[in-house]
Ligand binder design. Structure first.
Ligand code: ADP
Ligand code: ASP
Ligand code: MG
Length: 305
């Protein structure tokens, strides 16, 4: 018997019919003798819907008070999907209980809309697992030291799942999504992309940081740090998926390209004729940083053309 964490993305939780399918799979795993913790995302489209309602009411008010309310609002999507999944499991005859992030508690810092997980109290989850229940923990959210609800950034349920798996010392964290694994590049864009059987944390981190949005980058960092094996697999069809784990020894010497990532949302700015003097880079980059503009890549090039 082992403890396994399942994470289901928005598409997998997208309707009551799909939630019922998730419940059937989870119940099957639990009946096979595993202890199962499920971390669901909000139903697909729900987080976007909530955030667009906020925009209608307060289009440009990016104050700290506003950010706090954004998290209060966006976190409700996961609370709803978690409760629905618990009900669906109960309907399958499988005892189940759902918890919001603050009830567990998943403690984070106070950086609203992009909070970082600092600790997870595993007591409540363990007691329920030992009592034979499937435990559902909302993805994407936590609670800050002042008791405010926080969220972990878009795609943050991946990170919730990995953090819960690390805290519980789970044998594996299964990321169920709408593709059947990690591909050499986004299969929705390149139809010839190929599924990878396995990939290392470092390679996945590189792909995530270059814009591949299959996993939130923080979840990969976390999985590498605590050595939580991740498996990305389809919620809709059976298959081995892609295992993400530590370096494979016989692969170590091989220089291989594992995949190609891309970002559609990138601006490029070239500044020419900059004198090669100390302090000049600071003059340029300091001003950009003061304007809160994030730079992804800096290329310093001597050639004019
Ligand atoms: P979920 O809602 O389950 O979290 P996401 O939409 O966040 O799902 O992530 C899954 C999507 O990631 C896929 O539908 C696919 O279009 C995209 N994707 C981007 N890069 C890759 C890749 N290298 N391999 C597989 N999927 C990728
Ligand atoms: N529901 C959140 C989002 O849409 C978190 C997630 O799906 O991982 O970003
Ligand atoms: Mg996602």
């Amino acid at each position: 018997m082992s403890l396994i964490v399942h994470k289901y993305g928005g598409t997998s939780m997208g309707s009551t019919e799909r939630i019922r399918l998730v419940a059937k799979r989870v119940a099957k795993w639990a009946r096979a003798g595993h202890q199962i913790v499920v971390v669901p995302s909000a139903m697909s489209g729900e987080t976007n819907r909530l955030l667009s309602l906020a925009k209608e009411l307060a289009p440009a008010k990016e104050t700290a008070d506003y950010q706090r309310e954004l998290d209060m609002l966006a976190s409700t999507g996961e609370q709803a999907s978690s409760a629905l999944l618990a009900m669906a499991l109960q309907a399958e005859g499988m005892p189940s209980v759902s918890y919001a992030g603050w009830q567990v508690a998943i403690k984070t810092n106070s950086a609203f809309t992009k909070a970082r997980i600092e600790s997870i109290d595993d007591k409540r989850i363990k007691t329920d697992l030992d009592a034979g229940k499937v435990v559902i923990v909302t993805g994407f959210q936590g609670v800050d030291p002042d008791g405010n609800i926080t969220t972990l950034g878009r795609g943050g349920s991946d990170t919730s799942a990995v953090a819960v798996a690390a805290a519980l010392n789970a044998a594996e964290c299964l990321i169920y999504t709408d593709v059947d694994g990690v591909y050499t590049t986004d299969p929705r864009v390149v139809s010839r992309a190929q599924r990878l059987d396995k990939i290392t944390f470092d390679e996945m981190l590189e792909m995530a940081s270059q814009g591949s949005k299959i996993l939130q980058i923080r979840s990969v960092e976390f999985a590498g740090k605590y050595n939580v094996p991740l498996r990305v697999m389809s919620s809709f069809e059976e298959g081995p998926g892609t295992l993400i784990s530590l370096e494979d020894e016989d692969q170590m010497e091989k220089a291989v390209v594992s995949g190609i990532a891309f970002n559609r949302d990138e601006a490029k700015l070239t500044i020419r004729g900059i004198p090669d003097q100390p302090g000049v880079a600071y003059k340029v980059l300091g001003a950009i940083s003061a304007a809160n503009i994030e730079i992804d890549v800096i290329v310093q090039n001597v050639a004019k053309d």
